[in-house]
Design a protein around this ligand. Structure first.
Ligand code: IMP
Length: 427
């Protein structure tokens, strides 16, 4: 079996890029299957740090073909900018393909995301304002425009005219803003079409053939389980399924190929945007986690909300995704804490529960039940051998394995590529 999946087990920003980097040099394909440029991943191109939002992180690996799959929403302006940044850095980007079935984030989607967040004011979702939700909404109301529609430009124009009829009404009447001009968009998209046309493919066919012939394919998740449209804290979620289930629908591949499903878990929790966060620390501990962990959004620069590890959250991710392995990141950030609480249960209306309730009012009433671990108070970033980790650190790691019933295959002890302890080789 040759399908590898990497997904987030918390609220995103777990450090998925790091394990993707480790794996992608051994892959034939790296595929994104959901989300869009709401994600953020820092890469170094010729010594220069760049943040990619839409391109698969595997793009830097020359061996792998990179595919933006059918379940992704593509802002073509961002896509072309990211390609240009890599090309300006001296990289050839001829190994990138885009599914004909992926939907285009249009400029009016970005505008509507911003207008709606402003309208919601104190009830806002805290989106990245990249047009993600409005684009997926149009996909499901069937007025979306797909990347493949660019192939026949007269059909693209027909779709655009149809969409603008409704979008401009909403923009004018609901938000009292300036409508979008059809001709301006047509001109912009005729340029985009020229630049993208050779990269448009039927990726499902390519990937199923590759998988059936034993090629190695990595499916790179963005966001995470708690932001899932079905299982996250709705409505404080993203508009796609960042789960292994999302791979099947979002990349159009058979589930039989997905054998290695790797969940990335940060040793503590962070969240950007609004919504429940049971183990959040609005105090000096939270501030210390943010400062040591550098917890500021790669996409929006927003300070991330910080708190202790919530194993109810991680356990749910293990179950929903069918995780075969966990990768534990940023455990070095905890080296400055004498006592480390871990949330192991939820107290709801006087009862202890071990699942995440589905409604916001229930989630808001939850109080965390903590188990306390002794810290290790020493630098662990240069350790490469599990047995050399301080005993208290090993206890923390083993408790996570025990609680989630999922093995931890890699422990990341620092930001650099080499700062890893491999406990079970994934590949
Ligand atoms: P959207 O995906 O821009 O619609 O935002 C919906 C929610 O998901 C907001 O709370 C965002 O902050 C959050 N979100 C979206 N993408 C990411 C990500 O890559 N990391 C962390 N949070 C994200």
């Amino acid at each position: 079996m040759s399908g590898y999946v990497v997904v987030g087990t918390q609220w995103g920003d777990e450090g998925k890029g790091k394990i993707v980097d480790v794996l992608s040099s051994k892959m034939d394909y790296v595929v994104r299957f959901q989300g869009g440029n709401n994600a953020g991943h820092t890469v170094v191109v010729n010594g220069k740090k760049t943040i990619l939002h839409l391109l698969p992180s595997g793009i830097l690996s020359k061996n792998a073909l990179c595919i933006i799959g059918p379940g992704v929403v593509v802002d073509p302006f961002v896509l072309l900018d990211e390609i240009k940044v890599l090309e300006d850095g001296g990289m050839k980007v001829d190994h990138l393909y885009i599914s004909d079935r992926a939907h285009l984030i249009m400029p009016y989607h970005v505008k509507l995301d911003e207008l709606e967040e402003n309208r919601l004011a104190k009830n806002k979702i805290g989106t990245t304002k990249r047009g993600i939700g409005p684009c997926y909404a149009d996909k499901y109301t069937r007025i979306g425009i797909r990347v493949g529609d660019l192939k026949d430009f007269s059909y693209f124009k027909e779709r655009l005219e149809n969409a603008l009829l409704i979008k401009n009404e909403i923009i004018k009447k609901v938000y009292n803003e300036k409508p979008f001009d059809f001709d301006t968009l047509v001109n912009e998209f005729s340029v985009i079409r020229e630049k993208l046309i050779d990269r448009i493919v039927d990726s499902g066919d390519i990937l199923n053939k590759a998988l059936s012939s034993g090629k190695k394919v990595l499916f790179e998740g963005a966001q995470a389980n708690m932001l899932d449209i079905n299982y996250g804290t709705y409505p404080y979620v993203t508009s796609s399924s960042p789960t292994s289930g999302g791979v099947i629908t979002g990349a159009g591949v058979s589930p039989k190929y997905l054998e290695n499903i790797i969940g990335v878990v940060k040793a503590y929790s962070t969240r950007v945007g609004e919504g429940p966060f049971v183990s959040e620390q609005l105090n000096a501990d939270g501030d210390l986690l943010r400062e040591i962990g550098g917890e500021y959004g790669a996409t929006t620069g927003r300070p991330r909300r910080c708190g202790w590890l919530d194993l109810i959250v991680v356990k749910q991710a293990c179950e929903i995704n069918g995780l075969t392995d966990l990768v534990l990141t940023k455990i070095d950030v905890l080296s400055s804490f004498e006592k480390i609480p871990v949330c192991v249960g939820y107290e709801l209306d006087g009862k202890v529960i071990d699942y995440i309730p589905s409604t916001i009012p229930e989630c808001s009433r939850i109080k965390p039940v903590y188990q306390y671990f002794d810290g290790w108070m020493e630098d662990i970033s240069n350790i490469r051998d599990y047995a050399k980790l301080p005993l208290n650190c090993q206890k923390y790691i083993e408790f996570i394995e025990e609680f989630t019933k999922t093995r931890i295959s890699l422990v990341s002890v620092g930001p650099d590529r080499e700062n890893n302890i491999i406990t079970h080789p994934i590949i």
